[in-house]
Design a protein around this ligand. Sequence first.
Ligand code: M6R
Length: 619
Amino acid sequence: MCGIVGYVGPQMGSKALGVVLEGLARLEYRGYDSAGVALVTADGLQTEKRAGKLENLRSALDSHPMEESRTGIGHTRWATHGGPTDGNAHPHRGGEGDRLALIHNGIIENFHSLKKALLAEGVEFVSETDTEVAAKLVGREYDKLGDLTAAMLAVVNQLQGAFTLLAVHADSPGVVVGARRNSPLVVGLGDGENFLGSDVAAFIGHTRHALELGQDQIVTITPDSYSVIGFDGAPAQGKAYEVTWDASAAEKGGYSTFMEKEIDEQPHAVGDTLLGRTKDDGELVLDELRISEDQLRNVDRITFVACGTAAYSALVAKYAIEHWTRIPVEVSLAHEFRYCDPIVDERTLVVSVSQSGETMDTLMAVKHAKELGALTLSICNTHGSTIPRESDAVLYTHAGPEVAVASTKAFLAQITAAYLLGLYLAQLRGETFGGDPKELMTELREMPEKVQEVLDRMDRVVEMANFMADTRSVLFLGRHVGFPIALEGALKLKEIAYIHAEGFAAGELKHGPIALIEPGQPVFIIVPAPESPHDLHKKVVSNIQEIRARGARTLVIAHDGDEDVVPFANEVIRVPHCSPMLAPLLTVVPLQVFALHLALAKGLDPDQPRNLAKSVTVE
Ligand code: M6R
């Protein structure tokens, strides 16, 4: 995915470059392979672009300053078509005299055939990107029509795939035009100035008034107006809303990395996600779901679709929701869902989980579920993003903006929202097999404090991470709700510390993975609460003994007061006691802190790990 910014300011203004660079800095988490800007100046169109992080573009601009301007667009890229080079960086240019500049997020799937036709007409290309095809097409239409909105409209219906496009033209100062299909674009409404962005972070330093665009819409902004039309040319409306957080929430606020800040914000992420969702007597109220109680009572199967960390939160949800509601729950990786002929009908609730709300694999799974007649519910952290809009209902998590590529606070908020959903369904159906929903809610409300307690105890984990900077491989074991946490612990370590790591269900150990254990092999073990049903605790303690006997270095995450693990642990990391089902909110925290500090000890940037982007808007 890429980050996109557009700006138009007052006639006498000249701050376009500053606004665009500030927006790109806030969006750099979306992609950081290359960055570029285009300004409409008194001398015509000027562009500058560079491979690498935004600072490379800033250095280039310091050496070759651009003219003053009130109209600009900017882009930060996560490469899909064509490597991360200066030439492939956006903006791309088109039209007579290359007087149009265009930036793009997404993939134009039919770009080969469009490019072939343009090449046959003698059009020359200077990059390997799909984007340049759109630049050439919109540029050519502008030359015919003399109007940027009309030129965009003439092109969008020729394009297949997912895209957000922004364009400016040398002959249209004070105008930026954007178009979106299956890819995000929001409008920021200022006073005598207007903005476009992939998300509100692009302009949050200037305005909190935002406008959500619908699917297949084109927006034209000038300093004091905006207009929206559909891809059919008919006038359309955006949906206005106020952003509830401010610029400081999207800044590091004294932390050296966003990931550290976001880990520390987790008590709030859990607490805010619970806020306003219960009556005084503890009864859950989720009116916002927009699915009738009858429809929910009728649900006989739940399928979660999600990717990466979000999918691990769904795995936690499976254990909790099945236990509390007795409804069968399955979890499908969103990119596999469509290809396994899913068994889904109008009594199936398909729950998507996504921090960004724009992961393409998840979006496509939701669309497929709808085609099959399922009820679709989105658990999402990003207001106005595509997945909640495409779903029948949404349960927003309130983790605030998550900037670091590695998901942390959104994960805790997703688990919290899934618990809410499970308890709400149990309440609605009068199901008490897994305990009284009201009592469970009372305990859930105590969790933010307990998450804070875990955070306050992390000194030893930081020391362990510093000491283990040369480690080449780490294994993670867990059972029941500890299993997804083992998977998440391994994912965190892979993605930000580049260490080979694997998570296993502890019971699976003797079916193969135990062969990996050799003297000194570090293994994290997530131990369930001692009172867990089915002797789970005892079984995991046995697993620790089995690997310890073979020389493993056992790093044990256990509840306060659990002394059974002590004889077999090289390290014991304690979490406050809580009931077995809620433990993931606590046990994952040391694993996040460990991965963060191991990455820092290796001199890596945990916020922007190599090859990754915050959300993956391509399939
Ligand atoms: O925005 P989403 O929650 O849909 O993103 C899903 C995954 O791409 C995401 O969780 C990814 O695995 C993170 N980098 C994990 O830290």
